[in-house]
Design a binder for this molecule. Structure first.
Ligand code: PRP
Length: 176
């Protein structure tokens, strides 16, 4: 099976929208120190470009959690694969995601972050697939692009761990 990737969002479109989104979100944090939290691994590409638009103080931290429920952690039902470096108590937190699909990952991450008692938490995702949402009442404050139910790769998103390095978002299809 040959893996074919068609461009969905070009490098130029990504750049334009991320610049715009960055300026918008920067307004919220221009007088506050913000801790940006990227959920590994998919969000890393987006975080690095997005953070460049901020003019205030930005700290960056990284979190990896298990997608499977039932693991244990002292602060709840979340299995932490890589924990945060910073103490979030009283801090302004911005969770940066590459995609919100079912919402399960984000729900898990928010549960963990909220248990650390931050002053406030907002969420910014590059891509949103609302048609696939399973977790209801999930607030996503900022969205780069709302997309259909497509199998997307590139710019952080993978297929079997490949294609994260593409500088565009593509739609994956298979040919014999
Ligand atoms: C991807 C993506 C989101 C999550 C979205 O992560 O980065 O975190 O899936 O899907 P959901 O809304 O249905 O939970 P993944 O677990 O594939 O790990 P990765 O970022 O390392 O690719």
């Amino acid at each position: 099976m040959k893996e074919i990737i068609d461009v969905l969002i070009s490098k130029e479109e990504l750049h334009r929208r991320i610049t715009e989104l960055g300026k918008e979100v920067n307004e919220e944090y221009k007088d506050k120190e913000v801790i940006m939290i990227a959920v590994l691994k998919g969000a890393v590409m987006f975080l690095t470009d997005f953070a460049k638009e901020f003019t205030g103080d930005v700290l960056m931290d990284f979190l990896a959690v298990s997608s499977y429920h039932g693991g244990t952690h002292s602060s709840g039902n979340v299995r932490v694969l890589k924990d945060l470096e910073y103490d979030l108590e009283g801090k302004h937190v911005l969770v940066v995601e590459d995609i919100v699909d079912t919402g399960r990952s984000l729900e898990t991450v928010l549960r963990l972050i909220n248990s650390r008692k931050p002053a406030d938490v907002k969420v910014c995702t590059l891509l949103d697939k609302p048609s696939q949402r399973i977790i209801e009442n999930l607030t996503v404050d900022y969205v780069g692009f709302t997309i259909e139910n497509l199998f997307v790769v590139g710019y952080g998103l993978d297929y079997e761990e490949k294609y994260r390095n593409l500088d565009y978002v593509g739609v994956m299809r298979f040919e014999d």
